[in-house]
Design a protein around this ligand. Structure first.
Ligand SMILES: [Zn+2]
Length: 242
């Protein structure tokens, strides 16, 4: 059976049989990988806490027909501080769900997404503003996938002018994923968005941006992601309820 090594972060898992787990792992070189960790639910398993959600390991895999097997793994980071704060934890679960939702097997350039996820979870561990970390993570994630909302020119006709109305509100189309000029906004469904929210979206981070603005920004990103994801991203409900 061919074997290979790769770095990976465990996105989620489910039980298999009496003592095994199937892990969904986002790996650095191979994108999404499903692998069974045999005996990992036994009390004295060699895997211990190494195959829990969030755990980042250097894995040794054996390739199988439908499923790889984890032969062994060395833990690099358990991101244990995420579990000490509910707000950080729910945002971390959101990161994993977003990556899982857009991930494919044998993904090209998966190391960019892997590196972003690793850095973002690591920063989130000590964050005092988890909402801001989520905005930054989602903006960067969308950029990597070519899905970043368009703000500088009209998303429909590329007009650079008049993407704001008289009250300095941006005209934003969720379906098209960007701002509209006043002309296009006459024909296309849109909502009006405060410039402080657009600034948060544009830069990923912002000097200003009170909590209300961050919530509005996250809500807009939620809509943007849900339209483009394989399925609705459920963790947003919990993140926005806290
Ligand atoms: Zn236009």
């Amino acid at each position: 059976m061919p074997t290979f090594n790769d770095y990976g972060i465990i996105l989620n898992s489910h039980d298999l049989g009496e003592s095994d787990k199937i892990l969904n792992i986002y790996t650095k070189e191979n994108g999404l990988l499903r692998a069974v960790a045999k005996g990992s639910r036994k009390a004295l398993s060699k895997f211990g806490g190494k195959v829990d959600q969030f755990s980042c390991c250097y894995f040794h895999f054996a390739s199988g027909k439908n499923l790889s097997t984890v032969c062994d793994c060395e833990q690099i980071n358990s991101f244990s501080l995420l579990r000490s704060d509910l707000h950080r934890l729910t945002n971390a679960v959101l990161f994993l769900e977003i990556v899982s939702n857009f991930a494919h097997e044998d993904e090209h350039d998966s190391h960019h997404v892997y590196d972003l996820l690793y850095e973002s979870l690591n920063n989130l561990q000590k964050s005092t503003m988890p909402d801001k970390d989520s905005i930054t993570f989602i903006s960067n994630f969308l950029s990597l996938h070519g899905y970043k909302p368009q703000f500088d020119t009209c998303v429909h006709c590329s007009n650079e002018q008049q993407v704001m109305n008289n009250e300095s509100l941006y005209l934003y189309s969720s379906i098209l994923g960007g701002v509209l000029c006043i002309e296009c906004a006459r024909m296309i469904d849109h909502k009006q968005i405060k410039s402080s929210v657009i600034n948060l979206l544009k830069q990923g981070t912002s000097e200003a941006g009170g909590r209300g603005d961050m919530r509005l920004t996250l809500d807009l990103l939620r809509e943007h992601l849900d339209i483009r994801a394989k399925s609705k991203i459920k963790s947003f409900d919990l993140v926005l309820s806290l």
